[in-house]
Each structure stands twice: as structure tokens, then as C-alpha cells.
Design a protein. Structure first.
Length: 302
């Protein structure tokens, strides 16, 4: 496939993934081109909204209007043997944004990642109904019931691919920017963080904190949070979070540049803290602007 310029790989992370909105705001403000988007979980939701032509400010407005009451209203209780939430109301919410659009209707090439639990394989969704594909990609195991789509039983793509750098590359991106809150890769890929809680940097790369240290620190904080008020969902999300952090490292190594907003003190379900999380994404993206421009110039991407 011919090179298509710059591709964004937007990772999972539940509420922490709202930082993607801040990243998109900076790309718009700085006039940085986005030629395609691949997303997993919350990255699929935000990336899909952007791909259909919504601006970062419009997506931000939706995020800021989603208070606790609105969030709770989206949770339709499922049978205990299936999951905590059916997900039908969440899909309805997604459909209010995407309408009846298909992947063919997007203004930017877009793909999202799910996992078929029957075949135990990653599924890259790029055709057909957009809303159901995004719903599949955000279907966190235990929390959301799996989605049946085209004969497959789909759950959150983060189970196997939390930051779909490889998907963006296969879509044709010449330059791939990964956006993640799953730790900091220990490879030589340029990494840009926000100031808050960031390790000392040299040319955008952490020099005193590697991936393992980052995971350990975050793991302790997450476990402490959940032990204060344990629940089935909290235990499940904590376990999944730790798993995807470990799996993210080799994915991030394949990116050309990583934007890694460090969203400290925010749980997976802290959507009511959208303003703060989005601001953190902006800070990290602003730090990366110079590096992105150098990459684009070196690759001679229009």
C-alpha cells in the first residue's frame, strides 16, 4: 500500500484515554496533518468521532457534558453470568454521534481493534456499521457483554492490542504517532510527556524512568485505589490494566514517536475529570510538536 502520510494510533485506557482529545486539539491548533487513524477501546471512540468529521472541540464538549448522572444512565444491567453491563445504551450513545454511518462514510481512513473470543484473535474492523464496531472495541471484559457482529463474539481490542501502531502502519501510514497512557517504552523511540509527574527528559526521551519502573509505580497506585473499595469491576479493570501495560511495550517500539500523557490519580472510570485529563493530553502533545515536525520533514510527508 502506498504511504498515506501521518497515522495516529490511539490507545486504550478508559477515562485516562480522554487525553486523546487534548492531543487532537493540539494537532488542529498547530496545523499538523492527520491522514488516518487506528484506535483501540476509548481510542476507537474518540478516533472514530474525529474520523467522521467532528472537531476536537466538539468531541471535548461531549466529554465535558458527561457527568456522573449521565454516565450511570448508560449502564444497563446485564445477567450476572454475562457481564455487569449489556452495553445497549452505550451503543445507542455512540450511534447518537455516528448515526447510521459506515466506515465508507468517514472523512479520514479509520480502523478500530477488537478481539474475537471464539477464535482468540485480533479483529481489525474497517467495514460496515461504524457504531457497532466502536461498541465492540470498547467492550471491556466483565464490564461489558461481548458484541456479536458478523458471526464473531467481540470484546475490547486492548486484550491483545492496546496501542494499534501496527494497524496504522498496515493502513499505509508512513509516520505513526502513538498516543498512550500505558507506561513509557524503554526503546529509543522519542517519547513526549506532560510536565506533571514526568521524569527528566532529554530531547523528549525519559532518561531516568523506564517502562518497568513506570508500570510498577502505576500498579501500586492502582492496587491501593482498588483495595480501598474492592469490587468485581475494580479487580477486573485493575488486572486488565496491568496486562495491557505489559503488552503495550513491543507495540510502542514500532511507532515513530510516542505521546504519553501521564494522568496520575485518575481511575479507569473517572470520566467526570475530563477537563483535567484533556489538559494533560494537551501538555504532552505540545511538548511533541517540534519532534513531529522534524519527523514529517525528514520523511518528506506533505
Amino acid at each position: 500500500m502506498n504511504a498515506e502520510g501521518l497515522g495516529l494510533a490511539l490507545g486504550s485506557g478508559s477515562a485516562r484515554g480522554l487525553a486523546h482529545i487534548g492531543v487532537l486539539k493540539v494537532f488542529e491548533r498547530e496545523g499538523l496533518p492527520i491522514d488516518l487513524i487506528a484506535g483501540t477501546s476509548i481510542g476507537a471512540l474518540i478516533g472514530g468521532a474525529y474520523a467522521i468529521g467532528m472537531t476536537a472541540q466538539e468531541i471535548e464538549a461531549i466529554a465535558l457534558s458527561t457527568n456522573i448522572r449521565r454516565l450511570v444512565s448508560l449502564f444497563d444491567v446485564a445477567r450476572p453470568t454475562k457481564a455487569l453491563v449489556n452495553g445497549r445504551k452505550v451503543e445507542k450513545f455512540i450511534r447518537e454521534i455516528a448515526g447510521g454511518m459506515t466506515f465508507a462514510d468517514t472523512t479520514l481512513p479509520f480502523a478500530c481493534v477488537a478481539v474475537d473470543v471464539t477464535s482468540e484473535r485480533q479483529v481489525v474492523l474497517q467495514e460496515g456499521d461504524l457504531a457497532s464496531a466502536i461498541r465492540a472495541s470498547i467492550s471491556t471484559p466483565v464490564l461489558f457483554a461481548p458484541l456479536e457482529r458478523n458471526g464473531q463474539l467481540l470484546v475490547d481490542g486492548a486484550v491483545l492490542n492496546s496501542v494499534p501502531v501496527d494497524v496504522a502502519r498496515r493502513m499505509g501510514a508512513d509516520v505513526v504517532i502513538a498516543v498512550t497512557n500505558h507506561g513509557v517504552p524503554s526503546s529509543e523511540v522519542p517519547v513526549y510527556l506532560n510536565d506533571r509527574g514526568a521524569a527528566p527528559l532529554e530531547d523528549g526521551r525519559p532518561v531516568t524512568r523506564g517502562f518497568t519502573a513506570s508500570v510498577s509505580s502505576r500498579a501500586v497506585s492502582l492496587v491501593k485505589d482498588r483495595l480501598r473499595s474492592p469490587s468485581v469491576y475494580q479487580h477486573a479493570t485493575c488486572s486488565l490494566d496491568l496486562m495491557v501495560r505489559e503488552l503495550a511495550e513491543p507495540r510502542l517500539r514500532a511507532a515513530d514517536l510516542v505521546i504519553a500523557p501521564q494522568v496520575d490519580g485518575v481511575t479507569s472510570y473517572s470520566f467526570h475529570e475530563a477537563e483535567r485529563i484533556i489538559a494533560v493530553g494537551e501538555q504532552a502533545a505540545e511538548a511533541a510538536v517540534g519532534g513531529i515536525r522534524r519527523l514529517l520533514a525528514a520523511r518528506r510527508v506533505p
